[in-house]
Design a protein around this ligand. Structure first.
Ligand code: PCA
Length: 182
């Protein structure tokens, strides 16, 4: 079984992004770095999937201000950027895909993941919104595109100010293990 874990580049003036710092510390997975760009992030992810042919894909992003690891339950067909992305693009009130459904549910066992991470002493809870920025768009397009037999979803993580990177990485490793057990 191959698992692809992706993180994002820094954005919004930050020097680092805990999502990328953490995924690099998870053993036994293939990792990839996504740009914080509406136009390119999903293209880079699709290329990584074509290259590695993973059985499990978990995209990981930073949700600054959150203090828990949050598997996302749903991606919505809405883009509404509060700040420009790293290419200067700032779509407001637009669908991710004008021809797509309103939403996609995660393919990950989100409740079991949150429970297992919490049981290991790391804060975690299921999230009902991945926002309306690049992460939600990546999750939406990922779920729209994965074929049968591929389990995919998205997890938001706190910044390293709120949870040490090693703890985030330990939580992500649990998320991978729980997903592979299913
Ligand atoms: N977080 C942003 C985009 C990249 C990232 O790490 C988001 O939540 O949309």
């Amino acid at each position: 079984m191959t698992t692809l874990l992706t993180g994002f580049e820094p954005f919004d003036g930050a020097a680092t992004n805990s999502s990328w710092e953490a995924v690099q510390r998870v053993d036994g997975v293939v990792t990839g770095l996504l740009p914080v760009e509406f136009g390119r992030a999903s293209v880079v992810l699709a290329d990584l999937i074509a290259q590695h042919r993973p059985d499990v894909v978990i995209a990981v992003g930073l949700a600054d201000g959150r203090t828990a690891i949050t598997p996302e339950r749903v991606a919505i067909n809405l883009t509404d950027a509060r700040i420009p992305d790293n290419a200067g693009d700032q779509p407001r009130d637009l669908p991710v895909d004008p021809d797509g459904p309103a939403a996609y549910f995660s393919g990950l066992p989100v409740r079991a993941i949150a429970d297992a991470i919490s049981a290991a002493g790391i804060p975690a809870q299921v999230s009902l919104s991945a926002g309306a920025y690049v992460c939600n768009a990546v999750m939406y397009r990922l779920l729209a595109s994965v074929g049968p037999g591929v389990t995919a979803g998205f997890i938001h993580v706190p910044s390293e100010r709120d949870l040490p990177v090693d703890e985030i990485a330990r939580g992500l490793a649990i998320a991978v293990a729980v997903t592979l057990e299913r």
